[in-house]
Design a protein around this ligand. Sequence first.
Ligand SMILES: *[C@@H]1O[C@H](CO)[C@@H](O)[C@H](O)[C@H]1NC(C)=O
Ligand SMILES: *[C@@H]1O[C@H](CO)[C@@H](O)[C@H](O)[C@H]1NC(C)=O
Ligand SMILES: *[C@@H]1O[C@H](CO)[C@@H](O)[C@H](O)[C@H]1NC(C)=O
Ligand SMILES: *[C@@H]1O[C@H](CO)[C@@H](O)[C@H](O)[C@H]1NC(C)=O
Length: 623
Amino acid sequence: MRARSILALCALGASPCAAQTIPPILVPEVGVSVHPFPMTQVKLSDSRWMDNQDRTLNYVKSINVDRLLYNFRASHKLSTNGAQANGGWDAPDFPFRTHAQGHYLTAWVNCYATLGDADCKQKATYFVAELAKCQANNAAAGFNTGYLSGFPESEFEKLEKRTLNNGNVPYYAVHKTMVGLLDAWHIMGDETARDVLLKMAAWVDGRTSKLSASQMQTMLGTEFGGMNDILAYIYQYTNDQKWLKVAQRFDHAAVFDPLANKEDRLNGNHANTQVPKWIGAAREYKSTGQTRYLDIARNAWDFTVNAHSYAIGGNSQAEHFRPPNAIAGYLRNDTAEHCNTYNMLKLTRDLWALDPEKTSYFDFYERALLNHLLGAQNPADQHGHITYFTPLNPGGKRGIGPAWGGGTWSTDYNSFWCCQGTGVETNTKLMDSIYFYDNSSLYVNLFTPSVLNWEERGVQVTQTTTYPINDTNTLKVTGSGDWTMRIRIPSWTANAEIKVNGQPAENVKADPGTYASLTRSWTSNDTVTVKLPMKLRKVAANDDQNTAALAFGPTILSGKYGNTVLNSVPKLDLGSVTRASGDDLVFSATADGKKVELGPFYDAHGFNYNVYWATSGSLPSTA
Ligand SMILES: *[C@@H]1O[C@H](CO)[C@@H](O)[C@H](O)[C@H]1NC(C)=O
Ligand SMILES: *[C@@H]1O[C@H](CO)[C@@H](O)[C@H](O)[C@H]1NC(C)=O
Ligand SMILES: *[C@@H]1O[C@H](CO)[C@@H](O)[C@H](O)[C@H]1NC(C)=O
Ligand SMILES: *[C@@H]1O[C@H](CO)[C@@H](O)[C@H](O)[C@H]1NC(C)=O
C-alpha cells in the first residue's frame, strides 16, 4: 500500500540512488481511499524524534552483517565466512534464531528510502543476496525448495506433528524474514528479494496444502506471527489468487470467532501472538471485502485500546492480556511489552485508512508512540538500545528486561529479543504516519517536525514545532494548487485555533475529535499555524477511578524518584500539581506528603519513576 506508482526513489539531495521500479499494488484495496506517502517523500527534521532515529541508524549501520547471516549460512550449509556467532535470541542454539533479522533488513530499507543512504542500501542488498544463496543451497542442506531459516526445516515437521517442545515458534520467525523481504522489494525495488520471498511463499503453500483443515487449526495454536498478513500482501502484489488461499489457511478460528461475535476473550492470551493475526484480518478484508474480517480487526482494536491498555498506550503484563479493564491491579515491572505496541500501531494505521474520518485511531497512535515507544529507547546510548517491558510499578525504571536478557537494555550482539527487532524498525519509520493523502486532501495526523515532498502535486510542506512541549505547530506550504489540508484535532484539547498567514481561518471548525478542513488555493509560503491548547488531565485506570496517571495534553507525566524505592502507589494530592516553568514540561506536586517533580514520561530514564498515583482532590482549574 505504500507505493502505488512508479516513483523515482531518490530522496531529495541524495546522490547514490537511481530511479527504480516500485511494484504497484495490483489488487485494488476494498474500502481504502487514503494512502500513506512513500518514505522517500518524508524526512524528519531536528527533534527528539530525529535523535531517536539517528541513534538507531548508528547501530544498524555499524552492525556486522555477516554476524546476522551466521545462522542462516550455518543452517543452509554454507560457510559462515569466519563471522562470530551472536548471543541472546540469535545464539546458534536458540530455538527461533534469525527471527530478528527481518526487522534489521526493514530498518536498512527505511534508512535508504528516507535518507538515500548508500551504506544502508548496500547492507540491505548484500543481506538479500546472501539469503538468496542460502535458499539456493537447499538441496545440499536437505531442505525443500524455498525454505529459508536459521534453524532446520525438521522443526516444521515437529510443529505439524505437535511434537515440538523446545519453545520454537517456527512460522513466527519465518514471517519476520518474509516481511523484511517484502519491504526490500516494495520499498527499495529489490527483485532478488521478490524472488526469494515468492519461493518462501511457495514453500509455505507446499507444507500447508498437505495438512487437513483441522491439522492446520491445531498447528495455529503455536505463535505464527502474521502469516495471513504477509501472504495476503503477496496476493495484492502479484494478483495471484493462490496466495490469498494460502493466507486464509492461517485464519485462526479460536481467535477470530469470538472477535467476530464481539466477545472479548483476550484474558490469558499471549498478547503479541494475537495482534499480528488481527493486522492480517484487516489486510484480508482489504483483499476480499469480506466484512467479517473487518469486524474481527475492529473489535480487536476496540477491546485492546479501550479495555486492555495502560495510559501510555501499551498493553499486557508478563506478555499476557489480563481481564478486561484490569489496569490498577496490574501495575508491575513487566508491563507494556514493546512488540505489542509496535503491532498495535500497524493495526491502527491500517484501520484508520478504512475510516479516515475517525480521529480516535490517530489519537491512540500518538498516545502510544509518544508515551510508550519513544521512551523505550535509551537516549543515553548512541546505539539507541531498547527496553523489552516498560515497567509501570510504583518506582519503576526503564531498562528492566526479562531475566534472560540480563534485566537490562538490549545490546549490540547479545540480546536480539523480539522487542529489539521491533524497536530497531520503529525508530527508522518515525516519519511514515505523519502525513497521508487522498484524491483531494492532505491529512496531517501527527505533529512531528518534518518535511513532506508531495511530488504528485509539486508541493512541499514543512512542519515546525517543539510539540508536545509547545502547543503550536507551523505548516508552511511551498508550491501551489487547490486541495484541502485536514488536520487532526485531538480529543484531549479544547479551543483549538487555526490560522492561515497569521489570520484566524474563517469558517473552519476545529472541534476536538474531528479533522479541521482547510480548503483553499494554496500559494507558496502560505503558513498554517495550529494551536492545540494543553492542560493537565487525569487518566484514570478503568478498574479504579482514583488510581490515575497524569497527562498534560498528549504527554503522560511521571514522578522523578531518583534511587528511592517505592513499596506502594504514592498518594497524590491533585490540587498540588503546578507547572514550574512555561518553557518545558516541568511540574511539581505533593505525593505522600513530600514534594515530587514531574516531567514527561518519555524522558524518564536512569532513575526510578512513578506513573500511576492514588489520587485525591481535583486538579487546579488554572493548570
Ligand atoms: C475521490 O475519492 C472519493 C472517495 O473515495 C470518491 O468518492 C471520488 O469519486 C474520488 N474523486 C475522484 C475525482 O477520483
Ligand atoms: C519484578 O517484580 C518481581 C515481583 O513482582 C520480582 O520478583 C522481580 O525481581 C522484579 N524484577 C526486577 C528486575 O525488578
Ligand atoms: C510556543 O511557541 C510560540 C512561538 O515560538 C510562543 O509564542 C509561545 O509562547 C509558546 N507557548 C508555550 C506554551 O510555550
Ligand atoms: C517565500 O519565502 C522565501 C523566504 O522566506 C522567499 O525567498 C520567497 O521569495 C517567497 N516566495 C513567495 C512566492 O512569496
